[in-house]
Design a protein around this ligand. Structure first.
Ligand SMILES: [Zn+2]
Length: 285
């Protein structure tokens, strides 16, 4: 089994064990595991729609045009009850990451950074050398609110407090809450480490300028909402999808298509601009 799959399964197993061990007596270990897994699934889905579908493809790359109220609502909900990620600094770091991928100036990781160094950088990234996040939507009140340092500090109290209010046991709530953050760290490592090290995954495009790799296994693709097709994505970052062949599994694309049918999103002008060498017949939703 590939090391990144094993690590992902281990974080889910850790969440199940933690949930069973800390479950209050009235809940019992089996229902405790059900609650722990359910909390992980809800947090994962909300976080995937927020970060991968909306903030990444919708704002950072402008490949998708979402309804503005939907962007703001998802941003408020995820950062209040889900895994907190400051959208304004994330967009800036991500644009710098594409500009300087794996070289000086990339806030996520340099070519020489190993596993533990990259994990440290997931929490404390390199300083940004420029401000590329000047979009009008990032200056609206929901974005200014959630990116404020005070909100960043109270967000864990809000999300963990809601869980404590639902389950009524603070040890169980804190444990299950932390277990989801361990899973989220693995998701972050798939993008920042395993898909940016040439020893893992495959390459469709032999780009010398970065170490971006494609990882197409179902677990990381599902967990990251398809953000682990990094070699494809770095080659054509303007496209509304990260898979470049009908045979490549693309969970994130399916979620965007469902939102498109609900009238929440449509392709941007650049999102469907198909390069001549793409294996897909067309790029659409
Ligand atoms: Zn990107």
């Amino acid at each position: 089994m590939k090391i990144y799959n094993l690590a992902g399964l281990a974080t889910i197993a850790f969440q199940l064990l933690l949930s069973a061990f800390l479950a209050p007596p009235w809940l019992g270990p089996w229902w405790g595991m059900a609650v722990g897994l359910g909390y992980l699934l809800i947090s994962w889905f909300l976080g995937g729609v927020y970060l991968s579908d909306v903030i990444h493809l919708g704002i950072a790359h402008r490949a998708l045009d979402y309804k503005r109220w939907f962007i703001k609502a998802v941003t408020l909900v995820n950062n209040t009850v889900g895994v907190y990620i400051d959208p304004v600094s994330w967009v800036n770091r991500h644009r710098l990451h594409h500009q300087f991928a794996d070289h000086a100036g990339d806030p996520n990781k340099l070519d020489s950074d190993g596993f533990w160094r990259t994990m440290y950088l997931c929490v404390f990234p390199y300083p940004c050398t420029a401000n590329l996040a000047t979009d009008a939507i990032l200056k609206t009140w929901p974005f200014r609110l959630v990116s404020h340092p005070v909100f960043m500090c109270i967000s864990p109290i809000l999300s963990c407090g809601l869980l404590w209010w639902i389950v009524g046991d603070w040890k169980f709530a804190v444990g299950v809450w932390l277990g989801v953050r361990v899973f989220a760290l693995w998701v972050n490592m798939v993008q920042n480490y395993w898909t940016h090290d040439r020893r893992f995954g495959m390459r469709r495009y032999d780009d010398e300028r970065d170490n971006a790799m494609n990882i197409g296994d179902w677990l990381p693709v599902t967990a990251t909402f398809s953000a682990c097709w990094q070699n494809n994505h770095h080659h054509y970052p303007h496209l509304l999808r990260t898979t470049h062949d009908p045979g490549e599994f693309d969970f994130g694309y399916h979620t965007v298509r469902v939102m498109s049918r609900c009238g929440l999103v449509k392709p941007s002008r650049t999102g469907t601009s198909k390069p001549d060498d793409l294996a897909l017949a067309e790029v659409s939703l």
